[in-house]
Structure formats: C-alpha cells, structure tokens
Write a new protein. Structure first.
Length: 130
C-alpha cells in the first residue's frame, strides 16, 4: 500500500491499487469535521474505491456521523465502492440508533473492493440467448 504524504495527525491516506483508505484519528467533532471535510470531499471525487477507517477514533458525535454520511452519499452518487471500517461498539450503536446502517454499512475490517463487472464473452452470450 502506498502512503500519500501529508502532515495531518488526524488523517492518513494510503492507496492499494484502486482502493484509497482514509484513516481518521482523534475526536470526530465539529472542529475536526470542518478540518477534514475538504480533504474527504476530494477523496470522494477522485477515488475509484474508498474506505474510511474510523477504528482509531476516540470520539464521534452527530457532526462526525453527518460527515461520514455525506461521504457515503457522495461515493454512492458517483458509483464508487464505499466502506466504513469500524469495530467500536459505541460508534456502531450510534450508527444503528441514527438509522444510518444502510447508508454507512460499517464493517469490522477492511475488505478488498469488489472486482469491476466484466461483460460476458461471446461464448456466454451464445449459451444464454436473449
């Protein structure tokens, strides 16, 4: 995985092929959201597949959940595979209580992005006529 250099103690970004992983650290509150939003918006615009890893967070409030929902919606609108990596029970409970499960789809560990869909070859078309 390649690490994208930056001097931000709250955000580390690395890439592995088409997958971009943003690791958030600290307390995801109003102050940090204002700081991170432009960076995460750029990642949503540019990534082929995006995972946001919030396992190192020490705190997350409603503003932080709002930022994560904003990123997930942006990725979905672009058709970009999205992952929220979270194994902290208290954050998972907030996600569930706010009804953001379906949008954020938290997973306990990072998983590889889905393979791109390939069109069936000529043989597959011949076996399955339309």
């Amino acid at each position: 995985m390649q690490l994208i250099p930056r001097h931000d103690p709250h955000l580390a970004v690395r890439t592995a092929g088409a997958l971009t992983v943003a690791v958030l650290r600290g307390e995801l509150d109003l102050v940090l959201v204002r700081h991170l939003r432009p960076e995460l918006d750029a990642l949503v615009r540019e990534a082929e597949a995006l995972a946001v890893d919030i396992r190192p967070l020490g705190f997350c409030d409603a503003t932080g959940l709002g930022l994560l929902a904003h990123c997930a919606r942006g990725a979905r609108e672009r058709g970009v595979p999205w992952q929220l990596v979270c194994d902290q029970p208290w954050i998972l409970r907030l996600v569930r209580l706010t009804g953001l499960d379906d949008l954020l789809r938290p997973e306990p560990a990072l998983s590889p992005p889905p393979a791109p869909l390939r069109s069936p070859g000529p043989r597959a078309r011949a076996e399955h006529p339309v």
